[in-house]
Design a protein around this ligand. Structure first.
Ligand SMILES: [Zn+2]
Ligand SMILES: [Zn+2]
Length: 86
């Protein structure tokens, strides 16, 4: 099952989010025992969701709103970290 997300492929200020096992971006954010993580739809691997602010380099926290996850750093920067596929 493949859905086109090309229209979201505009320049993003935040670092790339990818599966640490296979490099896939076919991910969805899930919440588990150890906090948010990224579940890979290609290899089934889990990658900890550890957003880092591109503006100040500090680790950020995720908050969920529906399928959208927003990262907020201690410096007050916010950005759209990830949107889960429908
Ligand atoms: Zn993977
Ligand atoms: Zn920041």
């Amino acid at each position: 099952m493949r859905t086109s997300q090309e229209r979201q492929a505009q320049a993003r200020p935040q670092p790339e989010v990818a599966c640490r096992a296979c490099g896939s971006a076919n991910l969805s954010v899930q919440y588990g025992k150890y906090g948010y993580y990224l579940k890979c739809a290609d290899c089934g691997g889990n990658t900890p969701a550890k957003p880092v602010c591109a503006a100040c380099g500090q680790p950020a926290r995720l908050s969920k709103s529906g399928a959208e996850f927003t990262a907020t750093c201690p410096g007050g920067h916010r950005w759209a970290y990830w949107t889960n596929p429908a």
